[in-house]
Design a protein around this ligand. Structure first.
Ligand code: 6PG
Length: 469
């Protein structure tokens, strides 16, 4: 085995899988974990791939095992652990060595780390790696951020280990500093929204239509052969059909969602950038409400259960499928608009078509619709998905289903926060004369904030409010 040019720190699930993937693609790799027994077990269980792996039992040993200029992947928990690991490595590395944070870092942290690295090194990349354990082992989607020259140094390895879509690597450099981790955060926000919309449709089927889990799974399986083909639709069909031998798994899993917080970061950034992402915001809200189990049970006891059965024949599965398609298009339109807003704010030239392409395989939101999105964005990145002819045409007829589902859901207490948020946003985006004139009048009444008039040029006008109290 040649001396490794790359090393990896952190042999937790994702790190171990990534190391095996790298070794399997023919790259020698040195590995180290803070707990030596973890390193030893990883090496012992690596099988034939051990021939490409150099296990080390100290940080200095790891560094010594790697050929200069060294590249070292960090797979440690996002946050202070990354800074601690960088600080421990810095005295052991040369200025042109490269540290690659492949965790779910907040992009602001990555911006800071990249800026700290710039003057004296070691070099620094922040890459978003999506696809969970399976993706890390057999092909993740990789969204890179940092100096292009540093990305180019490791691009052959990252491309080799990445997922492939029609032979194309799903690994792309997004831009400087935290650009890669920002795009990963948007991926995770969209992930939350996709998962929430599927959960809402599941709720309509379960509580509105009285469908058992296995039947719902069969419907999702059918939908996964059409416009809604996606990894999340595929696994939703699987989890709906799964049983523990006595019960459908969905019937016994507590409806209290966890979250490591990546979707929340997306919402915070969108608000900071004034980039509306109501479908993702509703998904994060719904996760937070799901965690308020006791409050929800008290609400049900006091007001009665919200969900009510739908009248027979009131809502077809085809209508629900249309609602999901519309909700997905609207959500992704918002997600890509957020990426545009970030690019403008941070001076990043984020490659929208390449982002859609890198999401087509390996990542959690991978789906066939992303191929259509990549094509639409390629035609005109600045236009936005909603106005792209292909998606505008889809929205014209699928939004009928979305409106019907949301209306019926509201009338029968079936909570559809994400789908309803998508519909309201769509309607707002089709209202040339909205109602913010009322807000401007209110603001000027209590705060003399001024407003523009439709019949005159200029701003800073005030109303004759004095005589109206
Ligand atoms: C991915 C996933 C992953 C994320 C898990 C858990 O792209 O592989 O997004 O990065 O950590 O999905 O996320 P939550 O705990 O926030 O649901």
């Amino acid at each position: 085995m040649t001396k490794p040019h790359i090393g990896l720190i952190g042999l937790g699930t994702m790190g171990a899988m990534l190391a095996l993937n790298i070794a399997e693609k023919g790259f020698a790799i040195a590995v180290w974990n803070r707990t030596t027994t973890v390193t030893r077990s990883f090496y012992a269980e690596a099988g034939a791939l051990a021939a490409q792996i150099v296990p080390t039992e100290s940080l200095a040993g790891l560094v010594a095992a790697i050929e200069r200029p060294r590249s070292i992947i960090l797979m440690v928990p996002a946050g202070p652990a990354v800074d601690e690991q960088i600080a421990a490595l810095r005295p052991l590395l040369d200025a042109d060595d490269l540290i690659i944070d492949a965790g779910n870092a907040n992009f602001h942290d990555t911006n800071r780390r990249a800026a700290q690295a710039a003057p004296h090194g070691p070099r620094f990349l922040g890459i978003g790696v999506s696809g969970g354990e399976e993706g890390a082992r057999h092909g993740p989607s990789i969204m890179g951020g940092g100096e292009k020259a540093d990305w180019d140094r490791v691009a052959p390895i990252l491309g080799a280990i990445s997922a492939k879509y029609q032979g194309e690597d799903c690994a792309t450099w997004m831009g400087p500093g935290g650009a890669g981790h920002f795009v990963k955060a948007v991926h995770n926000g969209i992930e939350y929204a996709d998962m929430q919309m599927i959960a809402e449709i599941y709720g309509v089927m379960r509580d509105g239509l009285g469908m058992p889990a296995a039947e719902i799974g069969a419907v999702f399986e059918t939908w996964n052969k059409g416009a809604l083909q996606s990894y999340l639709m595929e696994i939703s069909a699987a989890v709906a059909k799964a049983t523990d031998g006595a019960h459908p798994m969905l019937d016994v899993i507590l409806d209290k969602a966890g979250q490591k917080g990546t979707g929340r970061w997306t919402v915070i950034e969108a608000q900071t950038l004034s980039a509306p992402i109501p479908v993702i915001e509703a998904a994060v809200m719904a996760r937070n409400v799901s965690a308020q189990l006791e409050a929800r049970r008290k609400g049900e006891a006091l007001f009665g259960a919200a969900p009510q059965p739908l009248p027979k024949g009131a809502l077809s599965l085809a209508t629900l499928e249309q609602a999901m398609i519309a909700g997905k298009i609207l959500c992704y339109a918002q997600g890509f608009a957020l990426i545009v807003a970030a690019g403008q704010e941070f001076g990043w030239d984020l490659p929208l078509p390449a982002i859609a392409r890198v999401w087509r395989a390996g990542c959690i939101i991978r789906s066939s619709m992303l191929e259509d999105m990549a094509r639409a964005l390629e035609e005109d990145p600045a236009r936005g998905l909603m106005l792209a002819p292909f998606f505008a045409d889809q929205l014209r007829h699928t939004c009928v289903g979305l409106r019907h589902a949301v209306s019926l859901g509201a009338a029968h207490g079936l909570p559809l926060p994400a789908l309803a948020a998508g519909l309201s946003w769509f309607d707002l985006m089709r209202t040339g004369r909205g109602t913010a004139n009322m807000i401007q009048a209110q603001r000027d009444f209590f705060g003399a904030h001024g407003f523009e008039r439709v019949d005159m040029q200029g701003s800073g006008r005030h109303g004759p409010w004095g005589g109206y109290m």
